[in-house]
Design a protein around this ligand. Structure first.
Ligand code: BYC
Length: 322
């Protein structure tokens, strides 16, 4: 094809992509899409997948110490769900032309991030309540919005994930409510967990809109439907009420209802802490990565066995056809 013809084809393809975005049609894996859109999604979806999988670590630490068999069963089911979420998301990212191996390499080399929140320690059982209530609660607010993201496989993964996350949020809230109805020591533990998880949970929504370099493209391509600050405000509004119901205090002296905005105003977020954590220097970054690398290496035999099985099946299919 002549250069001019090729350029015309490219322009037409880009036009059809933009028209689809304009009509709110989902973009599907076989559709033509700008390379920058593909890369943006690979970055976000793979980081989302890594967050789900790394997020299993702080909670996994408490399976053997859950205070009752019921609590243990629920926690096990929740952590298993998180693993499943990671798998749907890795599969969604694979449809964009990156392999699972590459994504894991990017995680291990530090090229790919994962959510800031999982670099904090889960020190006691109240932290399991705070993770479910605040962390999953923040995740749902973000993910409900992502159900309408423009890339089909990502938006469909979000629909299923949101259903499971709402059970996770209730699991956490139940733990906090029970502790707040318990002894003075239990109430103190619940408040202490709230104090430690509140600010990192607000950071999960990312930097303020004015400081969010990825938002421009994300809105243009309808990957994001609501901004980091809009979603953070939504989370604060609903969580303040839930805290009040069970008697917990939000650790922010500047928190105040703003009638004009129709939202709570909140105190300043420590963005130095956020960047420090996402750049690898949080309290548990090293521990989380070392654990992932070790377990990934120990699981090599499973991947080899699965690959050998796949090759055997492929050979059998080939022989049966010939
Ligand atoms: N942590 O321009 P921005 C869960 C980075 S797991 C780390 O606003 P964007 C759960 C950002 O990546 C749920 N990094 O970016 C699992 C960018 O750096 P790069 C996890 C963050 O993408 C187990 C830079 O800061 N949810 O619920 O427009 C147990 C500038 O940011 C963070 C998701 O992953 C952060 N919090 O907006 C329990 C949601 N925030 O990549 C629970 C999917 C920002 O340029 N992701 N950065 O090097 C998103 O919705 C968007 O990517 C974000 C950020 C809203 C997070």
């Amino acid at each position: 094809m002549e250069l001019q013809e090729q350029t015309t084809v490219q322009v037409d393809l880009l036009k059809s992509f933009e028209e689809k975005i304009g009509r709110d049609d989902a973009i599907e894996p076989k559709d033509k899409m700008p390379d920058a859109y593909r890369k943006h999604l690979i970055r976000q979806i793979s980081q989302h997948a890594h967050s789900e999988v790394i997020g299993m670590q702080p909670e996994g630490n408490w399976i053997t110490r859950a205070p009752s068999l019921r609590a243990k069963q629920i926690l096990l089911a929740k952590i298993q769900d998180e693993g499943g979420h990671g798998l749907y998301l890795y599969s969604a990212a694979e449809t964009l032309g990156i392999s699972r191996t590459e994504m894991i390499e990017q995680l291990h080399s530090g090229k790919a991030k994962y959510s800031n929140i999982f670099n904090y320690p889960a020190l006691n059982w109240a932290d399991i309540g705070a993770i479910g209530w605040l962390v999953d609660g923040a995740a749902i607010v973000n993910q409900v919005s992502l159900q309408r993201t423009s890339y089909g496989p990502y938006s469909r993964a979000m629909v299923r994930i949101c259903k499971e996350e709402s059970f996770h949020q209730r699991q956490g809230y139940e733990i906090m409510a029970k502790m707040m109805a318990g002894t003075a020591d239990q109430r103190e533990m619940a408040q202490d967990a709230m104090n430690r998880w509140w600010w990192p949970a607000l950071m999960m929504f990312g930097p303020h809109d004015s400081e969010s370099p990825r938002s421009g493209d994300a809105f243009k391509w309808k990957i994001k439907r609501q901004s980091n600050d809009e979603l953070r405000a939504k989370f604060i509004d609903k969580t303040v009420q839930q805290a009040e119901v069970i008697g917990l205090t939000i650790p922010d002296k500047d928190l105040k209802w703003n009638e004009a905005r129709g939202h709570y105003d909140h105190g300043p977020i420590d963005w130095n802490e956020f960047y420090n954590v996402i750049n690898g220097n949080g309290p548990c970054n090293k521990q989380r990565m070392d654990h992932h690398k070790r377990v990934h290496a120990e699981g090599a035999w499973v991947r080899e066995a699965a690959e050998a099985y796949r090759a055997k099946k492929e050979k059998q299919l080939f022989q049966s056809k010939n």
